[in-house]
Design a protein around this ligand. Structure first.
Ligand code: FE2
Length: 341
């Protein structure tokens, strides 16, 4: 009797194990919204045989979903853009530590959480764009944007935008809150119009003549160089680019980052996916498909990115990205105080 029961148990355990091996999968909640990413996920399945299931959405909605699902969540990975957002996920207890010698060796130390709660996989720089015809001496630093010389010339998106919160977070880190408030107030005085639209709309403002100077992430401009972007393609020659703070703190960069969720049911597959993202093929892919910079040094950049960056490359701000997240609340308070909508 006893032997029969244990035989049945053994059989079902084996069947269970075989079933799991046949249906290995990893479930990704991602706020990356680039069509070209499909290829990135396919590459992982081709390499490992592990199926990738993906739920795409707004980062805040995905975080709310993770919170509501709690320990029943099917999610293994949370992936997003901007250090500020991955910080929010961490702060909400949605991530778990995931140590990996592969990731330690591949990802630069300032590009990962000190306790392995998340890793960054691609970089974007937040640079200054200007109208080559109208601006003889473009700003060379972020602080310069507050200079009286640029009164009525600057277009930039709203202060609730996470990219701007992280930029101000870096200014707080380097110069302190008082200087950050002076800066934000000075930039508001230089606005050409009330904040509106995304980074691409600020570039369109330069083309239409509404603004002379704007701030935006590198991949938006690279996209206009390499594909059809309404209102930009065909007009990119009139736009000059400054990689700011080359003589000081380096150009502010942000990241796309991912971590393993707190209740990941497929933790091994999740870690394999993160390691895959740090591999040469996936790293090169971030650049060739979405015009981001790989975090792993020495890989080829897309043609559009190569065209944009200064000869000999540029110096980036090496501040640990966790600090940008920690400064989010102060940044929003300072933006509000400065009247930056
Ligand atoms: Fe973006």
């Amino acid at each position: 009797m006893i032997r029969t029961v244990s035989a049945v148990l053994a059989t079902s355990v084996l069947a269970g194990a075989a079933g799991m091996a046949a249906a290995q999968e990893v479930n990704i909640y991602t706020s990356r919204h680039y069509d070209t990413d499909e290829r990135l996920y396919q590459g992982f399945t081709e390499e490992t045989g592990i199926t990738v299931n993906r739920i795409e959405g707004n980062a805040d909605e995905l975080m709310a979903r993770l919170q509501a699902e709690g320990s029943n969540s099917p999610a293994d990975i949370f992936m997003t853009v901007d250090a500020g957002r991955i910080y929010r996920a961490l702060d909400a207890g949605l991530l778990q530590s995931a140590h990996s010698d592969v990731l330690d060796a591949r990802i630069p130390v300032e590009m990962r959480h000190p306790e392995d709660m998340w890793y960054a996989f691609s970089l974007r720089a937040r640079v200054i764009y200007y109208d080559r015809n109208d601006v003889e001496n473009p700003p060379q630093t972020y602080l310069d944007l507050a200079n009286d010389a640029y009164e009525g010339m600057v277009c930039i998106r709203s202060s609730s935008n996470i990219y701007n919160l992280s930029l101000l977070g870096s200014i707080i880190h380097h110069h302190g809150e008082e200087a950050a408030l002076d800066w934000a107030t000075g930039v508001v005085e230089n606005f050409a119009r009330d904040p509106q639209g995304g980074d691409t709309d600020q570039l369109r403002g330069i083309v239409s003549g509404e603004c002379e100077i704007s701030i935006g992430n590198t991949y938006y401009f690279a996209r206009a160089l390499s594909s059809d972007v309404d209102g930009l393609t065909g007009s990119t020659d009139m736009i000059g680019i400054v990689f700011p703070n080359q003589e000081t703190t380096g150009t502010h960069v942000n990241v796309s980052a991912a971590g393993i969720t707190a209740h990941s049911p497929n933790r091994d597959a999740a870690l394999a996916f993160l390691e895959y993202l740090s591999g040469d093929a996936a790293q090169a892919y971030f650049s060739s498909q979405n015009n981001e910079f790989p975090v792993v040094e020495g890989l080829d950049l897309s043609d559009a990115l190569s065209e944009m960056i200064p000869e000999g490359g540029f110096t980036r701000d090496m501040t640990n990205l966790s600090i940008l997240g920690e400064n989010q609340a102060a940044a929003q308070r300072i933006f509000n105080e400065a009247g930056w909508e």
